[in-house]
Write a protein of this length. Structure first.
Ligand code: AHM
Ligand code: MG
Length: 334
């Protein structure tokens, strides 16, 4: 028994990525280095969050608003800078694009040779930070297309099928990193005493149907009638559980592990909804499909959406295949 515990503890994230890549791909060294850097970012952010109530300048707002007009929190900026900092001198990433930056950030010493772009939401669900509830970071890796010498980053406006890796870090009671490089979805738990992410579940499959439905029903009267009909359907049928934390990563993690559906639909006034395609919806859609689930705008697969700008939004319906299809069937009829 001791042997198997040791074997499990020895399956670290970096070993896992290397094993995957030995069997599946040529860019092994690069992707393994990228994942190690992302893991380091996760550890740094987790450490800061754990102490947020104790250290000065960790909680509350900066007084600034971001490109989307949202108030920026100190933790948003800290986490945004962590990702930039861990990729400096990596030689791999020339550009980073995030929710907190109007334009992509170029790391001059990595350009133009750095072949990858990191897209990320440094702290997703940041309204949870000040009340000590779970938040997450979302990331996607894309291969840079062309030289982008004029720094327009126009090659990023392409579909989610161009992602080569995606994942998230969930800062909950424990810190969990979930990733896919296109060969299944795997979850790791941070062992703080080792400072390593240790394999927790391999090849996760979303059940075809699940009990959870996760949506901000406070928006009920702002939705199209067809969507309200779906909610009415849920209310009239047994077996559903409402679960909504206000942090997408946590809500999606529940759906990934237990099945069901998460929705952030458009409203009559904001048909695009709230969530951003490139660094929120598309990375999670990549994971959902890799886990045998689905992600849709309601009328189209999220991975087929081609954003028209860096911070473009789209409605999101994600989770178990049967539950996503049910939502789509209401939208189609409406
Ligand atoms: P954020 O990245 O600015 O925190 O916004 C995204 C978050 C998601 O985590 C969450 O699902 C959603 O916004 C909650 O929005 P609402 O409060 O409108 O329900
Ligand atoms: Mg977000």
């Amino acid at each position: 028994a001791q042997g198997s515990t040791l074997d499990r503890d020895s399956t670290t994230l970096s070993r896992h990525v290397l094993q995957q890549l030995q069997s599946f791909g040529p860019d092994a060294q690069d992707l393994s280095a990228l994942m190690n850097r992302i893991a380091l970012a996760g550890k740094l952010i987790a450490r800061r969050l754990t102490r947020a109530g104790l250290v000065e300048d960790a909680l509350g707002f900066t007084g600034r608003t971001n490109v989307q007009g949202e108030s920026v929190k100190k933790m948003d900026i800290y986490a945004n800078d962590v990702f930039i900092s861990v990729f400096k001198q990596s030689g791999l990433v020339c550009r980073l694009a995030s929710e907190e930056m109007d334009e992509p950030y170029y790391i001059p010493e990595n350009c133009p040779l750095g072949r990858y772009t990191l897209l990320y939401d440094p702290i997703d669900g940041s309204s949870n930070v000040d009340i000590n509830l779970n938040v997450g970071s979302i990331f996607a890796i894309r291969q840079q297309q062309g030289s982008d010498l004029d720094q327009t980053a126009s090659d990023l406006l392409s579909s989610g099928r161009d992602q080569i890796a995606a994942g998230y870090i969930l800062y909950g009671p424990s810190t969990v990193l979930v990733y896919s490089i296109g060969h299944g979805v795997h979850a790791f738990t941070l062992d703080p005493s080792l400072g390593e992410f240790i394999l927790a579940s391999e090849n996760i499959q979303i059940p075809a149907h699940g009990p959870n439905y996760s949506v901000n029903e406070g928006n009920f009267w702002q939705w199209e009638e067809s969507l309200r009909d779906y909610i009415r359907y849920v209310h009239r049928h047994e077996g559903y559980s409402a679960r909504y934390s206000g942090a997408l990563v946590g809500d999606f993690h529940r759906i990934l592990m237990q099945g069901g559906v998460f929705l952030y639909p458009g409203s009559v006034k904001k048909p695009e909804g709230k969530l951003r395609v490139l660094y929120e919806s598309a990375p999670l859609a990549f994971l959902a499909e890799q886990a045998g689930g689905r992600a849709s705008t309601g009328t189209q697969d999220i991975l087929d959406v081609v954003p028209d700008k860096l911070h473009a939004r789209s409605p999101l319906v994600i989770g178990s295949t049967e539950d996503v299809s049910l939502v789509e069937s209401f939208i189609k009829e409406g």
